[in-house]
Design a binder for this molecule. Structure first.
Ligand SMILES: NC(=O)c1ccc[n+]([C@@H]2O[C@H](COP(=O)([O-])OP(=O)(O)OC[C@H]3O[C@@H](n4cnc5c(N)ncnc54)[C@H](OP(=O)(O)O)[C@@H]3O)[C@@H](O)[C@H]2O)c1
Length: 267
């Protein structure tokens, strides 16, 4: 008799599953037998991912288009999920975006929208599904932050701060879940192949010109494997671990100057 896959009978909701890391995170869960609910704004891209993963892994897939940056976007998504008679065992809060440059180099909507998506929707969805996870004593949350979470980020201040929130929130929830059977991990990638750079406009920074870019599947796999082991924080790759650790050793002002330098345009 074939062995049961660990995710059989459970459903993972993956946000930002129309492109980049989210697509590969969804694939990791599907491979282990989880049914999928995929959410993002682009309906057709979501549909393609849902069809591909459904036929490749024989899991049930559902694509729900929702702007999670909109006020109440998380609750609207949860309502759509409930109306379809679905439930969520694992929540993967992956949707997010950044914007490179000084605070006022982009309009206010871009800056505040980053908090709405990267932080507000993530907390909203966690709030909605948390008690049920605890009651079921299984499932959990995999949040996607960044190596940006480990220090303030002059010239990308709001994005770095939003990811610091995600890291802090995730670690606290990990502790709250201790001994309950609910797993919480925070995935902290460094530069990764995806559409992120295009939207964030980070391509011209010194960091982008000098850093090694990882593939999105290895990053997703590390996140998924880390979550399965209830690893509190998963920083992807040796270089990124070094960068994430800098803040512990450098004096604060040196750290701020260093980050400002790497976030500056390469000349
Ligand atoms: N790539 C990197 O270098 C890097 C490094 C560190 C951390 N990260 C983090 O990794 C996560 C995934 O990013 P990525 O690199 O895979 O970027 P990506 O290729 O741009 O994918 C972002 C995903 O989020 C979705 N999304 C964006 N705005 C949304 C909204 N308002 N409502 C719902 N969904 C929305 C996008 O879909 P739609 O456009 O269809 O809505 C897409 O599926 C983000 O949290 C990002 O901050 C990325």
């Amino acid at each position: 008799m074939a062995r049961r896959k660990p995710g059989e009978g459970q459903t993972a909701l993956v946000t930002g599953a129309s492109a980049g890391i989210g697509v590969d995170l969804a694939e990791c869960f599907a491979k282990d037998g989880y049914d999928l609910i995929l959410a993002a704004r682009s309906e057709s891209a979501l549909g393609e991912v849902a069809n591909r993963l459904g036929s490749a892994y024989g899991v049930k897939t559902h694509a729900i288009a929702q702007d999670l940056g909109a006020y109440g976007g998380g609750s609207a998504l949860a309502k759509a999920i409930e109306q379809r008679g679905l439930s969520v065992d694992v929540l993967v809060n992956n949707a997010g975006y950044g914007h490179a440059g000084a605070l006022t180099s982009s309009d206010m909507a871009t800056q505040l929208g980053m908090i709405d998506l990267n932080v507000r929707a993530l907390v909203e969805l966690t709030y909605i599904y948390w008690d049920r996870m605890l009651a079921n004593k299984r499932g959990g949350v995999l949040n996607v932050a960044s190596t940006a979470a480990f220090q303030p980020g002059p010239l990308m201040a709001n994005y770095y701060a939003s990811k610091a929130y995600v890291l802090s929130f995730s670690e606290a929830m990990w502790e709250e879940a201790r001994g309950t059977g609910v797993r919480v991990s925070c995935l902290c990638p460094g530069p990764t192949e995806s559409k992120f750079r295009e939207r964030a406009g980070t391509g011209k920074t010194r960091l982008a010109q000098t850093s090694k870019v990882m593939g999105s599947m290895p990053v997703a796999r590390m996140g998924y494997e880390g979550w399965k082991r209830n690893k509190r924080v998963v920083v992807t790759g040796f270089n990124n671990k070094m960068i994430a650790g800098l803040g512990k050793y450098l004096p604060r002002e040196t750290l701020l100057k260093t980050v400002r330098n790497i976030q500056s345009p390469a000349t």
